[in-house]
Ligand binder design. Structure first.
Ligand SMILES: Cc1ncc(COP(=O)(O)O)c(C=O)c1O
Length: 503
């Protein structure tokens, strides 16, 4: 239940918000957002697939129960165009989740479509036993995006596979076994990577999952025990105070000391294989670490014989705005980088990039991946890189993302249940809480009500965090300010509606 305290202040805020958020003559209970859904000229073909009921029945009877359906009445999405999705009844939605941070340049982007069509009519597949040109062209293009000696790439098909490969390389290269990850990390669902993932909700009770894996304290400046108003690399900070000074983050130091304790007490001295870190945690709810922390952690891992692996599955390809790779914002160069999702705009494509020395370990035995870097995947990958450059999508992420974050910060001033707004570029999180002081998660029924109303008003947000109380905003990077404003107006309206119902 929503706490009495929050409810009282929220009710006050509702009165204020209903006059400020609604320029149109709004009914007593807010029901419409302040701005209209932006126009889109695209007209999708009419839906002519199976009936809604048939789809529901097939899903229930023939697909495995691990499939999660969003919303009380799950959507049937049959068409997409750039930042827009269309359901079977012709409704249009602004997609703020991009197929879970995957549609980087836009749904059915015409240039990606063209690249794929050209490749499909020429050659689909050979495996890499023959030297088809595309994988070579793509390897040149992708590795050129990396600093230092990160020049060897291994193509695979999913983020889990990429992290599996990085674990394998790190263990073979160092001869060590132990791998560290953060609590609240998500690195995949294969049996190997499930151990890296540190959420009870994402773990099957199987023996051996945690073999050689140590989960360390998450350096989270909002929910963690240390952190305040100057710790994050974000246009929006937490509402807690802190005594950090430029160049020295108290929270970062405290979390780093914690990490050192793990090395002192839980690991074989000088003998670790690796540490993995998402550059910003994705599934965990867009959690950012204190500035400077990852760089020091990487040094500590290396001093203990290990490699540092940057998981860029969500943060790569310009999404964070200021840099092409999320790790660059932390001012360090990893030993291995894993990537998926945005790399292929929805095509099953993923990769591991490392140094030639580390990659050499794969020569110790045969290793084979049937589809990795196949001609279609490579053609898509090249065209995604072209589009990010041609359409300046990294810059767009920065500009629209910063505007988005600032609008959300304004909304936070109106609604106490917005406990935290964070992120950078178009990698944004909005944490909804029951109580700003305790930071307890907003009760699930309220959270779901807000989320559902956003959908009804035409905006699809993701959810994340252990309690599912963080709205995840990671749209295709082609969105504009009008889209961002509409999404924020819709969220404000949905919050006001939920509060009004409680009154
Ligand atoms: C940071 C991160 N790493 C790895 C993965 C696993 O990727 P996949 O689902 O393609 O196996 C995900 C998926 O959400 C992710 O967010």
């Amino acid at each position: 239940m929503m706490s009495k305290k929050l409810f009282a202040s929220s009710a006050r805020l509702l009165i204020r918000s209903s006059s400020t958020l609604h320029s149109k003559a709004a009914p007593a209970m807010m029901s419409q957002p302040a701005s209209e859904m932006p126009e889109c000229n695209h007209r999708p073909a009419a839906y002519n697939g199976p009936s809604y009921e048939q789809i529901l029945a097939t899903r229930k009877n023939h697909l495995t129960p691990n499939l999660v359906s969003h919303f009380k009445k799950p959507l049937v999405i049959h068409a997409g165009h750039m930042q827009w999705l269309y359901d079977h009844e012709g409704r249009r939605y602004l997609d703020m989740f991009g197929g879970i941070v995957t549609v980087s340049v836009g749904h059915c982007h015409p240039k990606v479509n063209q690249a794929l069509t050209d490749q499909i009519s020429r050659l689909w597949h050979t495996t890499n036993i023959y030297m088809h040109p595309k994988i070579h062209e793509y390897a040149e293009r992708l590795t050129a995006k990396f600093p230092g000696n990160l020049k060897a790439v291994c193509f695979v098909n999913s983020g889990s596979e990429a992290n599996d490969m990085a674990m394998l390389m790190a263990r073979l290269h160092t001869g060590n076994q132990d791998i560290l990850t953060f609590r609240n990390a998500y690195h995949g669902m294969s049996p190997y990577t499930m151990g890296l993932t540190a959420h009870s909700t994402w773990r099957y009770p199987l023996p051996g999952i945690n073999n050689g894996i140590v989960h360390v304290m998450n350096p989270d400046p909002y929910q963690g025990i240390w952190g305040g108003a100057a710790c994050r690399d974000s246009p929006v900070q937490t509402t807690h105070s802190c005594n950090c000074t430029p160049g020295s983050c108290e929270a970062g130091n405290a979390y780093y000391n914690e990490l050192e304790q793990t090395f002192k007490y839980s690991l074989p001295r000088g003998k670790v294989a690796a540490m993995f870190a998402e550059s910003i945690q994705g599934v965990g709810g867009t959690v950012q670490y204190p500035k400077g922390y990852l760089k020091r952690a990487a040094d500590l891992v290396r001093a203990n014989g290990g490699l540092f692996v940057a998981d860029e599955v969500q943060t790569g390809f310009g999404r964070t705005g200021d840099h092409f790779w999320g790790f660059e914002g932390h001012d360090y160069t990893p030993d291995i980088v894993t990537m998926a999702k945005g790399i292929g705009n929805g095509f099953p494509l993923a990769a591991v990039v490392t140094t030639p020395e580390i990659a050499a370990t794969l020569g110790l035995a045969l290793h084979f991946n049937t589809y990795g870097g196949n001609p279609m995947a490579s053609a898509v990958g090249i065209s995604v890189l072209d589009i990010i450059e041609e359409e300046q999508l990294q810059r767009n992420s920065l500009e629209v993302g910063t505007y988005f974050l600032k609008c959300l910060e304004e909304l936070q001033k109106r609604y106490e249940l917005i406990g935290d707004v964070r992120g950078k570029g178009l990698m944004i999180g909005v944490e909804l809480v029951n109580d700003r002081e305790t930071r307890a998660p907003l009760a699930a029924p309220h959270m779901l009500d807000i989320w559902e109303t956003c959908k009804d008003l035409g905006v699809l947000f993701g959810r994340g965090g252990l309690h599912g109380n963080v709205l995840r905003i990671k749209p295709p990077m082609c969105i504009n300010r009008a889209d961002a404003k509409f999404a924020v107006d819709v969220l404000g309206c949905a919050i006001a509606n939920t509060l009004a119902k409680q009154k």
